[in-house]
Structures are given as structure tokens and as C-alpha cells.
Design a protein around this ligand. Structure first.
Ligand code: SF4
Ligand code: SF4
Length: 419
């Protein structure tokens, strides 16, 4: 996320006191007196990881050369950053989210993943906000081009939500079609450790978009946090050979039928607590057939064109490039950075923007996201994470905008309407 006033006018409050938390009790697996297994499980197997053994799990990731990144508490929000030890996780924290509002709050327990999603998404690692693409250096009367070598760590993404797995799959298709070597290299080196949501946020609607709350199959490991007054453990499902390798040196207990039922109850509870819903039936045609709907004008009057929604959206990929020469003119670099279709200059053709009004830019964003994305990439461009609602400084809500157009649809497109 690149600033642009992301937190402007937003209500960010940290309730509660110290971040210090000590894992103060043993799990019932530990109390049982049984000995955990230490063998590499097969893909598809389910095991139990005790909370007390979570540091061993993190150590196993590091031993295999992964740089672990995941949720941390910083600047009044849960954001993604380095995870060196279990205490870096947002232990005992949750958030409350509504349109234009994000608040951190204390939980009554010591959950490691007891929140939903913050303003960051994993795209900041796979599609960095600012990236050098190549360097050209003068060699006599010509320039030698040197594409940027894509080198970097193998990341283990810890705490990937179901909607975020779906958003990574969407960006995989976008960047594969573009033939982007940097994205492909980073993505190939990434291990995805999903964690099921134990609750939905006030702006979540993944259940409407078919992207959650149950974690889909495209993970390396999927964890479900099982937390009761007597027990704190994780059911771990192995999704790939790479995920299985991580578990080879981690103490694990067998998963029982009751453990699996506990996971089903958690997912059902999350599905029942979605803060928002969106009727997506026929949504492509609904939006494509309503470019002149008066709702676009109304939302354009509220929208600040601040770009927050596109910065926090895990699937948005608007970008621009710029050449940066050095003072002597001997060397020039091409840099890519995130851009946004809410910027007037983004639609410039022959020196003039074709989407002059804010309402036309909002219409472009929402229609692409929910309608023409299907034509381009065979899926919706929205996974229902709710970030664009939470982080919009004026509380514009994409689910409300769809509902308003659905309530009074079908205005014909005006001939030549491009404003
Ligand atoms: S459009 Fe909004 S709800 Fe949909 S994926 Fe992007 S940020 Fe999430
Ligand atoms: S919809 Fe909200 S977040 Fe997006 S550009 Fe407009 S004011 Fe900013």
C-alpha cells in the first residue's frame, strides 16, 4: 500500500493494553501423555499441531530456507510483515470493520489468528508497489540493456485467508497472460499457508463470491485454529508435497473425527456471520447494460478519487512505468509502480483522459471488477474481502452500489457516452 492518504478520515483505535502474551497453558494433546508423531505426512492428510509447538513449526519453515511473512500489529492495524517468532503474530487481537471504519480490539482469548484481513494483501510481495524492470547503460554509441534479475527470498505466506487464496489465483491468471517474469519467479518460490477464518468481518462477503469462508484446495498447508478454554491447537491439512516437507520435523498428533467436526463448525459459524452479501446472479449483464444508470453520478459525487480502494484490493493490478535517467545520461532505469484507474491520467489517450469524470472512473472500476473481468480472465475480479469498503474514507460500499443498480436497472447506453 503506497500511502495516498489511506488512513485519512478513518477511525483507527487500539483498545486494550500490552501486546505481551505468554502461551500460558498446555494443550490437551500435551496433557494426554501421548507422544506426537514426527513423520512426513502425505498430501491430503490431516494432523493436529499443538499451540505450544507453533515455534517448532516456524523453525521448520526457517530451516527449509523460507522467509516467513504474516500478520503483525503495526500502526493501529493488522498488516503483513516478517514473522521471526510466534510473539510477532497478533496474539489476542481482533478488528472491527465497517464502511470507512477499522478498529483494533482485544479478544478475550489468546488466538493467534483471531482477526479477518487488514489493509495489506499478499500482492505487495508478488507484485511489489515499486519495482525496477531494466537498466540501460551507454556503451560507446549504443545502449546495453540489462533486464532486472528477479532474485529474492522464498516467502512462506503465513495466514492466507480463503478469499486471499482466490485473489492470488486471480492474479496468477492476470500476470501469466501478461507473461510477467518477475511475478512468475516470485510466485513459484512462495509457500501458501492458509488459515481458516474463525469469524467474518463486518465488510466481508466472500460467501457471496464463492471464494470462502472454507479454504479452497490451492494451498500448501491449511490450518484451522481450534481454541476452547481447555484446548489450543491447529488442525493442519496438507495440500502439497512442499507443505508436507515442512511438517516432517514438527510434532503432530493424529486428527480425530471430532477435530474435523470442530473445523466444520468453525467454517459454518464464519459463513453465518458475513457482514455483507452481494447478489451476483447475472451481474455481468446487469452492469454492462447499465452504463447510464443515475447511480454512477451519485457515487461519483461522493468518491474522492483517492485510489484507496484500488491500493488495498488484492486483485487490482493497474500499473504504470517511468524511465529514470541519471544526471550524466549514461544510464537509464525503467521502474514500474502501482497506479489506479481512479487517477485521471490513467485513461489518457493522445494527451487527454477518456474518463474525465470521477463517476466514469468509479463505473470503470466496478464494471471491470464485477463484469468485464469475466470476459477477460474467466472469473470475477472481486473475491469479497471487503477491504475497499473498510478503507474507503467516505464509506462507499460496492455491495450497496450493486444492490442500487439491481433495484432499478436498465437504462440504455447513450450513444458515444464515454464521460
Ligand atoms: S473489489 Fe473490494 S471486496 Fe472485491 S476483492 Fe477488491 S477490495 Fe476485496
Ligand atoms: S471509492 Fe472510496 S476509496 Fe475508492 S477512490 Fe472513491 S473515495 Fe477513494
Amino acid at each position: 500500500m503506497t500511502g495516498r492518504g489511506v488512513a485519512r478520515n478513518l477511525d483507527i483505535v487500539i483498545a486494550g493494553a500490552s501486546l505481551e502474551r505468554v502461551p500460558g497453558f498446555l494443550t490437551d494433546e500435551r496433557k494426554s501423555g501421548q507422544t506426537p508423531g514426527m513423520t512426513e505426512p502425505a498430501v491430503g492428510e490431516k494432523r493436529i499441531l499443538a499451540r505450544a509447538d507453533f515455534p517448532i513449526f516456524l523453525g521448520a519453515l526457517r530451516d527449509l530456507g523460507y522467509r516467513v511473512v504474516g500478520p503483525t500489529v503495526r500502526d493501529g492495524a493488522i498488516v503483513y510483515g516478517p514473522i521471526e517468532r510466534v510473539e510477532d503474530l497478533p496474539i489476542g487481537w481482533t478488528e472491527r470493520q465497517e464502511a470507512g471504519t477499522y478498529r483494533l480490539d482485544r479478544r478475550s482469548d489468546e488466538a493467534l489468528f483471531g482477526y479477518v484481513v487488514g489493509p495489506h494483501s499478499w500482492k505487495k510481495y508478488l507484485f511489489p508497489a515499486h519495482e525496477r524492470l531494466w537498466t540501460a547503460s551507454r556503451e560507446g554509441s549504443r545502449f546495453a540493456m540489462a533486464p532486472e534479475l528477479v532474485d529474492g527470498p522464498s516467502f512462506a505466506f503465513l495466514g492466507v485467508r480463503a478469499c486471499e487464496l482466490a485473489s492470488i489465483a486471480i492474479q496468477d491468471r492476470v500476470f501469466a497472460r501478461a507473461g510477467d517474469p518477475g511475478y512468475a519467479a516470485r510466485r513459484t518460490r512462495t509457500l501458501r499457508i492458509a488459515v481458516q477464518c474463525g469469524q467474518a468481518g463486518g465488510t466481508c462477503f466472500c460467501a457471496s463470491m464463492g471464494t470462502g469462508p472454507a479454504v479452497g484446495p490451492s494451498h500448501d498447508l491449511a490450518l484451522t485454529e481450534i481454541l476452547t478454554p481447555q484446548r489450543h491447537s491447529f488442525l493442519v491439512e496438507v495440500g502439497s508435497v512442499a507443505g508436507a516437507r515442512v511438517l516432517a520435523t514438527v510434532p503432530l498428533w493424529p486428527a480425530t473425527a471430532e477435530d474435523e467436526r470442530a473445523v466444520e463448525r468453525i467454517v459454518a459459524r464464519t459463513a453465518a456471520s458475513m457482514g455483507r452479501r452481494m447478489d451476483v446472479s447475472g451481474i455481468r449483464d446487469l452492469l454492462v447494460n447499465n452504463p447510464g444508470h443515475p447511480r454512477w453520478e451519485l457515487v461519483g459525487q461522493r468518491c474522492l478519487a483517492c485510489t484507496n480502494c484500488t491500493m488495498v484490493c488484492p486483485t487490482c493490478f493497474c500499473q504504470t512505468t517511468e524511465e529514470v535517467p541519471n544526471l550524466s545520461g549514461e544510464k537509464v532505469e525503467r521502474w514500474r509502480r502501482w497506479d489506479s484507474c481512479f487517477n485521471s491520467a490513467f485513461s489518457e489517450l493522445h494527451g487527454s483522459p477518456i474518463r474525465k469524470s470521477t463517476s466514469s472512473r468509479y463505473r470503470q472500476w466496478m464494471t471491470h471488477k464485477l463484469a468485464t473481468w469475466h470476459d477477460q480472465f474467466d472469473s470475477s475480479g472481486c473475491v469479497g474481502c471487503g477491504r475497499c469498503i473498510t478503507w474507503c474514507p467516505v464509506g462507499i460500499d460496492i455491495t450497496e452500489e450493486v444492490a442500487a443498480i439491481r433495484a432499478a436497472p436498465a437504462t440504455p447506453r447513450a450513444a458515444g457516452d464515454r464521460t
